[in-house]
Design a binder for this molecule. Structure first.
Ligand SMILES: NC(=O)C1=CN([C@@H]2O[C@H](COP(=O)(O)OP(=O)(O)OC[C@H]3O[C@@H](n4cnc5c(N)ncnc54)[C@H](O)[C@@H]3O)[C@@H](O)[C@H]2O)C=CC1
Ligand SMILES: O=C(O)C(=O)[C@H](O)COP(=O)(O)O
Length: 378
């Protein structure tokens, strides 16, 4: 069994340097990971090497041999990444999704893994409410039937916002018991909703992330054909949950309004697909200050647990005052859609089209330079 003790036997206590390789897009890394916040008995110095998530490679991990790897969603963590590394004891992903991490392999290597479940659930749910009310302001006055596929942290948070707005929720989640919101079949959600929002993990029929209810291409040509043409479709889960080719064909036929924050072939997007979407954003549904800091906090807390130290930093010490209350916004049509100007994010993405596509580099740059918005307080 691999050694999970962070203190190497050759190091005298208190002379230990802790080396962390981290995705540069993790918020407030230096605030959360330093000698004071991790406990001086574990690290007299903390070296953080920040790298773009897509540039965290097997070679880098073999050369640096860090103790800790902190990632977001764009770094696949698997045997290929870690085969020549013998030092990593802890991998933290400051994200909700875990489809990029081979957790069985990490367990085999006795490497502790932590993610940030639920960290941006309000941010993503607020993105969805904002997109619907931006596209169809009439639903301030009229009840909307909102279909929600996946009723975990994000789906159930969205369902609560919908209920607060007087909307009807048709929810489908085969892995949860029936409930007030988990009240419909997949076919009913598809056929009877005015808007459908997807909040499932990316899973497959076999291999890593396999599930009895796989979500890869869950929305395929057949599902799209059964969906009324005026139903809005929103995907802020993972791109491959929708079959992109079938989606393009369906939009050509129905002129459906489609909102995508995630794309099957992310980070590239073709101009052809983009031109058919009503709202398109570069995977930023969860990018609020609160959502990102909560993600960092959660992996910091998990590392502290491994070190057996009490966390000393709370994200609330880093957050500016937040005066935005759902109890006020939900009664004020104008203020809610101005609170988050989703069309600005859409336009910034469209401006990046060049030679028939948005390149991966431009997509990533928009995300790196994103002005983190605020969450409204539920
Ligand atoms: N666009 C963005 O910025 C973000 C995207 N995400 C994505 O959203 C996904 C969902 O996030 P959470 O709600 O926090 O996850 P969660 O794990 O709390 O909930 C997911 C739910 O989906 C259900 N589910 C699984 N397979 C299903 C199927 N075939 N049909 C219907 N329901 C199914 C599960 O039972 C679970 O209740 C994440 O896995 C991630 O990929 C998460 C955060 C930010
Ligand atoms: O939490 C998740 O899951 C997400 O999709 C993130 O919000 C986006 O993560 P990054 O792509 O910034 O790693």
């Amino acid at each position: 069994m691999a050694d999970t003790n962070f203190t190497k036997s050759t190091d005298a206590p208190n002379t230990r340097a802790l080396t962390i390789i981290a995705d540069i897009n993790i918020a407030s890394l230096n605030d959360f990971f330093n000698v004071e916040t991790l406990g001086a008995e574990h690290a007299q110095t903390v070296n953080i090497i920040t790298v773009a998530g897509r540039e965290i490679t097997a070679q880098l991990l073999a050369d640096v041999q860090p103790d800790v790897l902190l990632i977001r969603s764009v770094t696949p963590v698997n045997a290929a990444l870690l085969a020549d590394n013998h030092s990593v004891k802890f991998v933290g992903s400051a994200t909700i999704g875990t489809d990029h991490v081979d957790q069985a392999y990490l367990a085999e290597r006795n490497i502790i893994f932590a993610n940030a479940a639920g960290c941006s659930k309000h941010s993503v749910a607020q993105y969805v409410v904002t997109s619907i009310l931006t596209l169809r302001p009439q639903y301030w006055q009229q009840p909307l039937v909102l279909g929600i596929i996946g009723l975990g942290n994000i789906g159930s948070t969205l369902a609560q916002y919908a209920a607060d707005l007087g909307w009807q929720v048709l929810g489908y989640d085969p892995l949860l018991p029936e409930s007030k919101f988990n009240n419909a079949s997949f076919d009913e959600v598809i056929a009877q909703s005015h808007a459908i929002s997807l909040h499932v993990p990316l899973t497959h029929t076999e291999g890593m992330n396999s599930s009895p209810y796989p979500t890869h291409h869950l929305i395929d040509g057949a599902a799209l054909a059964a969906m009324p043409a005026d139903t809005i479709l929103i995907n802020s889960a993972r791109g491959p949950v929708i079959d992109a080719a079938a989606l393009e064909a369906n939009i050509d036929k129905t002129a459906r309004q489609v909102v995508l924050d995630v794309f099957e072939h992310e980070p590239q997007i073709t101009e052809q697909l983009l031109s058919k979407l009503t709202i398109a954003t570069p995977h930023i549904a969860g990018y609020t200050l609160e959502g990102k800091l909560r993600g960092t906090q959660m992996i910091y807390d998990a590392l502290c647990e491994q070190f057996n130290v009490t966390p000393t930093l709370s994200m609330h010490q880093l957050l500016p005052v937040n005066m935005y209350q759902w109890s006020e916004l939900k009664h004020n049509a104008d203020r809610l859609v101005k609170f988050y100007d989703i069309m600005r994010d859409d336009q910034l993405l469209r401006k990046k089209v060049s030679d028939g596509q948005v390149s991966g580099a431009d997509f990533d740059q928009l995300r790196r330079d994103y002005h983190l918005r605020r969450e409204w307080q539920a």
